[in-house]
Design a protein around this ligand. Structure first.
Ligand code: IVH
Length: 719
């Protein structure tokens, strides 16, 4: 039995060394040891803490990995309310602000500090005896959510501070938590590839991440922090600039972009200097914050009800670019809606090159009086897709013709219709219009519907073009057409076997997801689930009258009408019969449709040992139905090892060495959405890069978990 004292000493030494190395790395940009050496020490500490949990120190560097599951965040009152800042877009307002400061102080003797206005999530941190003890969101300004376990995973944020003379025993630091742009771009690229909802901007991504209940998932998201305020009772520093220097000395990350400015002219110079340069920063910024430096003078200036009189935020105008409109492409979506997309001369805008922009619909083309060849203004607000906001009429080429919205479908030449009260023109040729057919097939095989592995969007498109597929029912004829499939290039034996296995497997997919997969207008995932639960079979739904359908609980009139219309269509009835003979589930079996979500999307699990409440098969089915994967072997890429009773020690050891978090059955269940948790349903129009269709994608305010959670490495740091 090793001596407790020596273990304690070992834990303490490792903890201190790792804290020091982290500080060197994140605050001073110095790597004192190799990454492997760092990881080895961290793994050693983790093993010791697992063996002797009672000896683990609070704020241990191992907490960076997360692992705490919070069902509901507790709230806490802010000791000092979290106010907002007065905003302006105008330089004249800034001069006025300066005049007011001079008048109230009755002096010319004051200095400003100019800082970046970071576009993330405000955070209040409490340090006691040099230890981070609490992280609270802004909330309503008076009371916020306590998200300490999530905040502890932010790697450039010190869990304990370097002791320094004059450091108060207890104080608060405020700052901004953000998702660095490259991390955001990676995350979205990955989501796009997986056909998942795109995140609107780094701010939403950061705020959603902070609200995740599993801090291990937060750790994988690589959030960062910048401090911008120090608060404590009593006067510790004489000025804001002195407090920023001290915070940095103590180990807190303070962006080096701030400057002292002696006059409003210097402030304006600072603003101009950063207008373009700010896009080179890895953090999204939307303006400059100007603060009176001297704390005594701040006190004289005081506050209004909402914001300090000693500070103001200058916001940069939304980034705008001017470029030529070459053509309008009309894209036809799954439901036949025709959406115009402007094809532009490539132009740099807020850090990316823009080639297309959305114009929404015909009304907007008319309202903007768009003409081909026009020089148009494109703006990128908070969203990913830029939009055309105006035309440079002075630069209009002579004789430019107004854009004539097509009267026929660009794909199948069917005359377009525009149902009353709708903004979009539609192609009514549901059964023959290629992009609609293709998009419906893509929807049917997609992950949330029949989830047919080996039949992705690209293969569907190819099979469609080859005449192998037209409707979802054709998918079930593919096994009989193996001879044709083997002749296709780039489709090996193995792919065919996978594809056919995927098709066979889809016959087990529960009825509610089949119903969703049929792509009936307005029948999304949640509605499909409700309908399946209520009617329990497609036959019962077909037998119901339009009035009965409209009376289904939680199914509105518009949905019922669309559903009734779909169900009485002869072609759709034939589709249903073919699916039925193929063996697809058109009846709800079991008690309730399987709960499903994409909560575990991108995560892989190994299940090992014997579990208390579920069989291993049940847990596997649960993981899969929430978008996760189950594998057999432990590798560095594994997200979690779910440990049951009697799990072999070798597995535990391997997982520990590879820094794979080990969780229990209860932790796994806690990751899943609760019974009544709503699925975000807000929709945005996303431009697809590859082909000519436009798709609606869910825009979540927060992302589903994605990358592996064991992101302990220090590589990839941005600061
Ligand atoms: S100082 C009294 N400094 O802007 C408010 N705020 O409207 C003192 N923000 O949500 C805030 N960068 O999170 C300050 N350098 C900076 C900032 C900053 C971003 C955010 C802050 C708050 C909002 C204020």
């Amino acid at each position: 039995m090793p001596d407790q004292n020596s273990i304690q000493q070992q834990i303490q030494q490792l903890t201190e060394r790792l804290h020091y190395l982290n500080h060197q790395y994140y605050q001073n940009d110095v790597s004192d040891v190799s990454d492997q050496e760092f990881d080895r020490m961290l793994a050693e500490l983790q093993t010791l803490e697992q063996q002797y949990p009672e000896l683990a120190l609070p704020n241990s560097p191992t907490q960076r990995v997360g692992g705490t599951i919070t069902k509901q965040f507790p709230t806490a009152l802010h000791r000092y309310p979290m106010l907002s800042l007065g905003n302006t877009y105008s330089e004249a307002d800034l001069r006025e602000f300066d005049e007011r400061v001079r008048r109230v102080l009755d002096s010319d003797d004051y200095t400003y500090v100019c800082e970046m206005k970071f576009d993330g999530v405000a955070m209040s941190l409490t340090y006691e005896d040099g230890q981070l003890t609490q992280g609270v969101t802004r909330g309503d300004g008076t009371r916020g959510d306590v998200v300490t376990p999530n905040v502890r995973t932010i790697k450039n944020l010190p869990l304990h501070l370097r002791p320094a003379p004059g450091q108060p025993r207890e104080f608060e630091v405020r700052g901004e938590i953000f998702m660095p742009n490259p991390v955001f771009n990676d995350l979205n690229a990955e989501r796009e590839q997986n056909g998942e909802a795109l995140l609107a901007n780094p701010r939403n991504a950061a705020s959603g991440t902070l609200k995740l209940q599993d801090s291990a998932l937060v750790a994988a998201r690589r959030l960062r922090f910048f401090a911008y305020s120090f608060l404590s009772p009593g006067r510790v520093f004489s000025s804001h600039s002195a407090s920023l220097r001290a915070l940095k000395d103590w180990g807190l990350p303070v962006s080096d972009t701030w400057r002292c400015c002696n006059t409003i002219t210097e402030v304006l110079d600072f603003i101009h200097a950063w207008e373009k340069k700010r896009f080179e920063l890895p953090v999204a910024t939307d303006g400059i914050v100007i603060k009176v430096d001297d704390f005594r003078q701040q006190e004289i200036l005081g506050f209004t009800a909402k914001s300090p009189r000693w500070a103001i935020a200058y916001k940069y105008p939304a980034e705008k670019a001017r470029t030529r409109l070459n053509t309008i492409q009309y894209q036809v979506g799954r439901t036949g809606a025709v959406t115009p997309v402007a094809m532009l001369d490539p132009v740099p805008l807020a850090g990316t090159v823009v080639k297309r922009a959305s114009v929404h619909n015909a009304n907007q083309i008319a309202a903007l009086d768009l003409r081909l060849g026009d020089l148009v203004f494109v703006e990128k607000g908070g969203e990913i897709i830029p939009k055309i906001t105006g035309v440079d009429l002075g630069a209009r080429p002579a004789g430019a013709e107004p854009i004539r919205y097509p009267t026929e479908c660009p794909a199948c030449n069917t005359p377009l219709v525009r149902p009353e009260g709708e903004a979009h023109y539609r192609c009514p040729n549901e059964r023959g219009c290629p992009p609609q057919l293709k998009a419906r097939l893509e929807h049917y095989v997609s992950r949330k519907a029949l989830n047919i592995e080996g039949l992705g969007a690209e293969t569907v498109g190819r099979f469609f073009d080859l005449g192998l597929l037209q409707t979802p029912a054709d998918i079930y004829d593919l096994p009989q057409r193996r001879d044709e499939l083997v002749k296709l290039e780039r489709l090996g034996e193995k792919s065919i076997t996978n594809l056919l296995a995927g098709i066979e497997g889809s016959k087990q997919v529960p009825f509610d997801r089949v119903l969703f997969g049929l792509g009936i207008r307005y029948v999304g995932e949640t509605v499909a689930e409700k309908l399946a639960l209520h009617y329990r079979s497609i036959d019962a739904m077909m037998a119901a009258s339009a009035e009965e359908l409209a009376a289904t609980p939680e199914v509105g009139g518009v949905i019922a009408e669309s559903l009734a219309f779909w169900l009485q269509d002869a072609g759709n009835r034939e589709l249903i019969e073919r699916l039925r003979s193929a063996g697809v589930q058109l009846v709800l079996t079991g008690e309730a449709p399987q709960a499903h979500s994409d909560r575990l999307a991108g995560l892989t699990f190994v299940l090992s040992g014997v579990f208390e409440d579920h069989s291993r098969d049940e847990l596997e089915a649960l993981i899969v139905s929430h978008g996760g994967k189950v594998t057999g072997s432990i590798s560095k890429k594994l997200s979690y090892l779910v440990a049951g009773d009697k799990m072999g020690p070798a597995k535990r050891e391997k997982a520990t060495t590879l820094k794979v978090p080990i969780i229990g059955e209860a932790d796994l269940l806690a990751m899943l959405p609760g019974e009544d948790e709503a699925q975000p349903e807000e929709e945005i129009l996303a431009l697809k890069n590859s082909d000519s269709s436009v798709e609606s994608k869910n825009l979540e305010t927060f992302p589903a978990p994605k990358s592996s959670a064991n992101d302990l490495g220090r590589q990839g740091s941005l600061f």
